[in-house]
Design a protein around this ligand. Structure first.
Ligand SMILES: NC(=O)C1=CN([C@@H]2O[C@H](COP(=O)(O)OP(=O)(O)OC[C@H]3O[C@@H](n4cnc5c(N)ncnc54)[C@H](OP(=O)(O)O)[C@@H]3O)[C@@H](O)[C@H]2O)C=CC1
Ligand SMILES: C[C@H]1O[C@H](OP(=O)(O)OP(=O)(O)OC[C@H]2O[C@@H](n3cnc4c(=O)[nH]c(N)nc43)[C@H](O)[C@@H]2O)[C@@H](O)[C@@H](O)C1=O
Length: 322
């Protein structure tokens, strides 16, 4: 029996990972799935995390809990983003180690890479330049997460791995009008405009930035794929001080083209205009996904198909976190 703790199981990614593992358990795999809500266990509380890890002693930890948000939230609450994410990572990774956990997977983000860097971005672009200012505090915390895992591996011989997702979306996303990422924000805004017969929808910034979008089910599958690679394969495809693995689709789209796609899916037929007072952020951040592809994994869900599915979920869901 393998006991797996999924931190952040009520979030978009943690929820998708939990669903996959639950399905495997129902199919007969010997798994014990351990979860705690934020209210039951605040991961920024060191003593609470220590007590939990010591009491439960999981075999494997999946760290999908984090303070997460789009460009506006990152820019408006930088202290929350750096403090909470550093605390969560330090507590979960250190207390997992102290409780004897040998295997751990943590999720970072594509924003760890410098803002002006060769595209597509390879794993070895880490720490080669200046970060994008709109999310620098969050990115610094995510880089610390990678370095925590590498340091425990080097000093203590643990097997702690990191995946770096591109921009994610799908069922369970946060559809808050200001604090969410672009795709859920646009789904909600275009849906409401179509429903209310509005003539115009405004998108933030110039519409020119390019973004790469990965469906959360693909992300959950990739997370478990990396976690379950045998150690020799993982080590042959990474380096001790460059141990993270990019996860993405390898293709991107402009925000304006994305807006047109969401308009089509939601049935909005009016005008799309821009609000140049809002930040563009990084102009391009396309992942080089060859490390993962060489190990045998690639994304499956197409963007249009994924948006249609997410839109159906959005219309049915009563828990939109907004
Ligand atoms: N969404 C995206 O586009 C991307 C996400 N990622 C990374 O993927 C991971 C998962 O993100 P995603 O699923 O989208 O985020 P969500 O916001 O959907 O989920 C995060 C979860 O973490 C929980 N959480 C946050 N703070 C605490 C805390 N102090 N104690 C306990 N639980 C806490 C949240 O609970 P509650 O809501 O109750 O606070 C929530 O359930 C994160 O590491 C994120 O940085 C990386 C790239 C892109
Ligand atoms: C995943 C990644 O997410 C964040 O980075 P980001 O990619 O810049 O995030 P975003 O999804 O919020 O925006 C993408 C683009 O889209 C534009 N845009 C248009 N209209 C809306 C809109 O209505 N909402 C939002 N949020 N953006 C909009 C917006 O101006 C920007 O040009 C990081 O902070 C960090 O958290 C991180 O790692």
């Amino acid at each position: 029996m393998q006991k797996i703790y999924i931190a952040g199981h009520r979030g978009m990614v943690g929820g998708a990972i939990l669903r996959r593992l639950q399905a495997r358990k129902e199919a007969g795999e010997a798994l014990e799935l351990l979860t705690r809500t934020h209210a039951e266990l605040d991961l920024t509380n060191q003593a609470a995390v220590r007590d939990f890890m010591q009491a439960e002693k999981p075999d494997v930890v999946i760290l999908a809990a984090a303070k997460v948000g789009g460009i506006h939230a990152n820019n408006t609450y930088p202290a929350d983003f750096i403090y909470e994410n550093l605390m969560i990572e330090c507590n979960v990774i250190h207390q997992a180690f102290a409780a004897g956990v040998q295997r751990l997977l943590q999720l970072g983000s594509s924003c760890i890479y410098p803002r002006a860097v060769a595209q597509p971005m390879k794993e070895d672009a880490l720490l080669t330049g200046v970060l994008e200012p709109t999310n620098e505090p969050y990115a610094v915390a995510k880089i610390a997460g990678i370095k925590l895992c590498e340091s425990y591996n080097r000093q203590h011989g643990t097997d702690y791995r990191s995946v770096m997702p591109t921009n994610l979306y799908g069922p369970g996303d946060n559809f808050h009008p200001e604090n969410s990422h672009v795709l859920p924000a646009l789904i909600r805004r275009f849906h409401e405009a179509a429903r209310d017969g509005l003539e115009e929808v405004v998108i933030w910034g110039s519409g020119k930035p390019m973004r790469e979008f990965l469906h959360v089910d693909d992300m959950a599958e990739a997370s478990l794929f990396v976690l379950e690679l045998d150690k020799a394969t993982y080590e042959a495809n990474t380096e001790p001080m460059l141990s993270h693995i990019n996860v993405g689709t390898g293709t991107d789209i402009s925000i304006l083209d994305l807006a047109h796609m969401v308009a089509k899916v939601t049935g909005f037929q009016g005008k799309i205009s821009n609000d140049p007072s809002k930040p563009d952020g990084t102009m391009k951040k396309l992942m080089d996904v060859s490390r993962l592809a060489d190990m045998g994994w690639k994304a499956r869900v197409g963007l249009r198909e994924g948006i249609e599915e997410t839109y159906e979920w959005f219309k049915k869901s009563e828990d939109l976190r907004m």
